[in-house]
Design a protein around this ligand. Structure first.
Ligand SMILES: Nc1ncnc2c1ncn2[C@@H]1O[C@H](COP(=O)(O)OP(=O)(O)OP(=O)(O)O)[C@@H](O)[C@H]1O
Length: 582
């Protein structure tokens, strides 16, 4: 509720106008049957008058006109309130989406590492859609239905107290039936959502692994696995639909029975009561209208319930994201302006979760301009060390220092400005090749951009494209191979001229020509720069000023190639067996 209030509170004027429009529309709607009754009484009087030779149809015509006008006014007022609801809903969901995306940009790497892309995306799509639908439907409908119910009750008691009691006598039965049906529907809608989630999970997994399915000829098995999920969805949907489908017929049936009782009792009043018969006839017509209108709000409000439930779940999931911690605010901290001495990891301990330590007492010294190669078996903690260098995560023990200053005492933005990263998996954003190269330095001149592309060995390839640097890059139309993508991201990093470079060498198989280009580009970008490289190629390791050998989160050996060979330890054993580092 606090979530909805936060976004809706700024539309006070809109709500006021909407309330006035709803009250007006309700007034016209509940008053119209009175004129219908008057018209019937006037018609009956006119017919009786004809037999007696007196005929005045003035009352009948004027009542019909009023009836017509009241319906028209009611429609106009309803139209206004709907437009305002649409305006408020559109604007508030727009603000929610903006807030959510803004929040996303402030989130920590930990959040992205621990949530699936699909899960984050669904908050922007299905959760926001559920909220928007519920707001759209509920804001106007709940208010106008409640207003309608109150209006009808007031009008009925004004018209005739006895008939009013008869009409509302069955309300408790209707409410009890509605509550039972909704509870049943909800149970099966919940099951249905869970089953749909499982089905989507299965489809998702199979789509991403489709190549493996095809390679192993497992298409039939994939379908066999799919069928039970699909069947469970069908069963749950069917049961939910049965109960929710019963709501309207049951309400309609009750409304009809109620109308019959009203007609029966109304006719009895007309025949035995002390009012004129034509007036009583008019009254019966009025109450037939009311008894039908009276059931509308009950069934409409109850049918909105499941929509509300989805919106509340959606709001909960959005709130979960808003409650996530932001990246630290470090505006008042020291700015990193460059590097004079070097970078140090001092007795670093770290775990992604408190109960499992990954790095144990890791110490590495890198002097300015040195290149360090991190080597070690898979899972030994190489990427984790990279994650600590530019403070994606905070160490739990020890410290990471730039020129002796703890990264926790540095302004985060200045730290990130000085650290350049080339990941194994290079990402290209939609836009032109130019946009992608100048991504980290949007104000770069064309000369700077071209020089970076030349150093990264990708200039000639770009120029071979029809539109050169203005060639569009998109998912469907990606002209780049994996290796070329890596060259582009190297160009992107060269352009930002980072003080400290973090580089994850690609292990993916690229052709030998591209491989040589990547190697050359890496040599260029590493030259004279302080750098950490997760090394997979022997040449990089041989060229390194320092090799750090990691195993199970511990530094087990450290030194240059020759020193490590002389130690005759883990490294020399692996090297002699030509085992991991090719
Ligand atoms: N985001 C994370 N959350 C929790 N645990 C993680 C996370 N990332 C890595 N780990 C765990 O930390 C340990 C070290 O992983 P890391 O990615 O640093 O190894 P690595 O040496 O880079 O491996 P590889 O050569 O396979 O890339 C592994 O046990 C891994 O399961």
């Amino acid at each position: 509720m606090a979530f909805f209030f936060h976004y809706l509170k700024s539309y006070k004027l809109g709500f006021t106008v909407m309330t006035i429009a709803i009250i007006a529309s309700t007034y016209f709607q509940v008053k119209a049957p009175v004129y219908m009754g008057k018209a019937i009484t006037a018609l009956a009087d006119y017919v009786i008058g004809l037999t007696r030779g007196v005929s005045d149809k003035g009352n009948f015509v004027s009542s019909l006109w009023m009836l017509f006008l009241f319906f028209i006014f009611s429609i106009i007022a309803m139209f206004f309130s709907n437009i305002i609801v649409t305006f408020i809903t559109g604007n508030s969901t727009n603000r929610m989406r903006k807030g959510l995306f803004g929040k996303l940009q402030k989130m920590t790497i930990r959040f992205f590492d621990s949530h699936k892309d699909g899960d984050i995306l669904s908050r922007f799509t299905s959760d926001l859609d559920n909220i928007s639908n519920a707001l759209n439907q509920a804001l106007g409908q709940i208010m106008s239905n409640i207003a309608l119910m109150i209006g009808i009750i007031i009008m009925m008691f004004q018209q005739n107290v006895q008939l009013a009691w008869v009409t509302i006598a069955s309300t408790p039965i209707a409410v009890i039936l509605a509550v039972i049906l909704i509870a049943k529907t909800r149970k099966y809608v919940d099951i249905q959502q869970k089953e749909v989630g499982k089905l989507n999970g299965y489809i998702n997994e199979k789509i991403s692994g489709q190549k493996i399915v095809i390679t192993n000829g497992l298409q039939k098995d994939a379908i066999d696995g799919f069928l039970p999920y699909n069947e469970n969805v069908r069963k749950a949907t069917f049961k939910g639909q049965v109960y929710s489908g019963m709501l309207f017929p049951v309400m309609n049936g009750l409304s009809l029975v109620n109308t019959a009782i009203v007609i029966f009792f109304g006719s009895w009043l007309a025949l035995n009561g002390d009012m004129g018969r034509t007036t009583a006839l008019g009254l019966v017509v009025v109450f037939v209208q009311y008894s039908q209108q009276f059931y509308q709000p009950i069934s409409q409000i109850s049918s909105l319930y499941s929509m509300f439930q989805l919106a509340i779940t959606g709001a909960g999931r959005l709130n979960e994201m808003f409650d996530e911690p932001n990246e630290v605010n470090s505006k008042d901290k020291q700015k990193l302006t460059g590097l004079t001495d070097g970078v140090k990891l001092k007795n670093v301990d770290f775990g992604y979760s408190p109960d499992k330590e990954i790095l144990h007492d890791v110490s590495i010294n890198v002097d300015k301009g040195e290149m360090v190669a991190l080597v070690g078996p898979t899972g030994s903690g190489k990427t984790t060390i990279m994650n600590l260098l530019n403070r994606f995560y905070d160490v739990t023990g020890g410290s990471v220092e730039f020129d002796g200053v703890n990264v926790k005492d540095l302004e985060l933005q200045s730290l990130r400005d000085h650290v350049g990263i080339v990941l194994q998996e290079s990402v290209l954003f939609s836009g032109t090749i130019r946009d992608n190269i100048v991504f980290g330095k949007p104000d770069a001149s064309d000369e700077e951009m071209i020089s970076a592309a030349k150093q990264a060995n990708i200039h000639d390839f770009i120029m071979s494209q029809d539109k050169g640097y203005d060639t569009k890059v998109s998912d469907e139309n990606s002209v780049f191979s994996t290796g070329q993508k890596q060259l582009i991201s190297i160009a992107r990093t060269i352009l930002t001229n980072p003080t400290l470079l973090i580089l994850d060498e690609a292990t993916s198989n690229v052709d030998t020509v591209t491989e040589a280009k990547i190697q050359k580009a890496m040599d260029t970008v590493i030259q004279g720069r302080t750098s950490f490289v997760i090394a997979h190629r022997l040449k990089t390791i041989l060229d390194a000023d320092k090799i750090v050998v990691l195993k199970d989160g511990k530094v087990i050996e450290q030194g240059n190639h020759q020193e490590l060979l002389d130690q005759k330890g883990f490294y020399s054993e692996l090297y002699n067996n030509q085992f991991v580092f090719e």
